[in-house]
Write a protein that binds this ligand. Structure first.
Ligand code: 8ID
Ligand code: ZN
Length: 381
């Protein structure tokens, strides 16, 4: 059996107050796993905009303080708490994602596969310390096995997203869901997706070049949707064109909101897109979507701009049959399927690997919208 020597102290990036210094601690105590827990040696951690929200403390629910952020970690199990019932082996490659734990077996939501709604849920890098460190604790039931052959730095930013273009949880139980991601599957099978779209329909991906958006764009193209991508800058445009996106709208070219709405309608064939998935971390994108969607169009809400409100006019919403759908993280099976999808090479994250110490600079670039794809921190050094 593989064995690891676990040090008593290791490196972690910690903050004590919102927007306070991000301290790089080189002698941070490594916690021993208790029963039900595993200790994961983190190799890489993606930096998500949610981590920036956590540092800013700008959502209604506040994270714990002091905090080690991060929830897109990939690494190896190096210790298992005494008495833990698990099939995990020391050395197993696993991921740590946003959901750190939930009751799993005693509430309606967990029993129906909606762990993200469990009242007892805790989030990594928010309610418990996360993956911006070399050794992180996880509930043994919650780590995601990483398929053989998928590099850890690639796995790090890929543990999410599948719920967006896939069916609702009850269908997961029928086993038909994985199939519905396949580009060749018949349209009927995909009718239950959150976007409520069929292959050939037009979907706007807003925030298309961000960490979430660039993966969402690839999933959308893979299942045969026509994508109108909204984001900003030449580097981002080029990245999206590389995926096969033909229509890119630079939102910064439109000082006038109405002109942007008209442009989206125009490139979507006049009536507007069938759906819009807003990954944007900026609030304006939501209210634009409500105005450019075609009748019976679907707005899927993913991005979480602080303090933002949807301003849907009731009369128009009723008369046009608009659908507004919130999309939170997926469940454990979704994460497994996302990684399988990735291992088959059907979706490629655009990543740049940087040292763990760069977190503050990454947050700075993220705030300015200057990152195309995902930055992944190397936690090994
Ligand atoms: O499960 C969830 N719902 C979930 C999971 C993970 C993250 C939600 N999120 C939330 C994050 O908290 C954040 O609010 O989704 C949002 C996006 O996360 P991200 O993809 O990690 O952020 P990013 O890499 O910074 O990308 C954001 C992109 O949005 C663009 C930026 O240019 C950037 O490329 N953008 C902005 I800011 N304003 C825009 C606008 N008005 C815009 N794109 C189009 N229109
Ligand atoms: Zn995230």
């Amino acid at each position: 059996m593989t064995s690891f020597t676990v040090p008593k102290v290791a490196t972690a990036v910690v903050f004590d107050q919102h927007k306070g210094p991000l301290r790089v601690e080189r002698e941070w105590p490594v916690v021993e796993p208790e029963v039900g827990e595993v200790l994961v040696k983190i190799a890489y951690s993606g930096v998500c905009h949610s981590d920036l929200h956590a540092w800013h403390g700008d959502w209604a629910d506040k994270p714990k303080l002091p905090l080690i952020g991060g929830h897109e970690g990939a690494g190896q199990v190096v210790a298992i708490g005494k008495g833990t019932k698990t099939k995990l082996k020391i050395g197993a490659a696993v991921g740590i994602k946003w959901l750190a734990t939930a009751c799993l077996d005693s509430c309606e939501d967990c029993l129906s596969g909606n762990e993200g709604l469990c009242a007892e849920q805790k989030a990594s890098g928010y309610d418990v310390d996360g993956t911006f460190q070399q050794y992180a604790i996880s509930d043994a039931r919650y780590v995601t096995p990483i398929p053989e052959g998928l590099a850890l730095e690639i796995a790090a930013p890929r543990e999410r997203f599948l719920r967006l273009f896939c069916s609702q949880p009850p269908e997961a139980l029928t086993g038909s869901r994985t199939q519905s991601y396949a580009p060749a599957s018949p349209p009927g099978e995909q009718s239950e997706r959150q976007t409520n779209t069929k292959p050939g329909n037009t979907v706007v991906i807003s925030g298309a070049s961000g960490g979430l958006g660039h993966l969402g764009t690839q999933y959308a193209l893979a299942i045969g949707l026509r994508v109108v991508a909204i984001d900003s800058g030449e580097e981002k445009r080029k990245m999206l064109e590389g995926y096969g996106v033909k229509d890119f709208i630079d939102f910064k070219d439109f000082a006038d909101e109405q002109a942007l709405i008209e442009e989206v309608r125009k490139v979507s064939g006049g009536r507007g897109p069938h759906a819009s998935v807003v990954f944007s971390a900026g609030a304006a994108a939501y209210n634009h979507a409500l105005k450019y969607l075609r009748p019976r169009g679907t707005l899927v809400c993913v991005g979480l701009p602080a303090g933002a409100e949807l301003k849907a006019d009731v009369y128009t919403t009723v008369c046009t049959g608009l659908r507004i759908v919130g999309s939170n993280i997926g469940n454990r099976q979704d994460a497994i399927e996302a990684l399988e999808f990735a291992a088959r090479g059907e979706v490629m994250p655009q990543i740049t690997v940087e040292p763990l110490e760069n977190l503050e600079s990454v947050f700075d670039r993220m705030e300015r919208g200057a990152i195309a794809g995902r930055i992944v921190l190397d936690c090994q050094a």
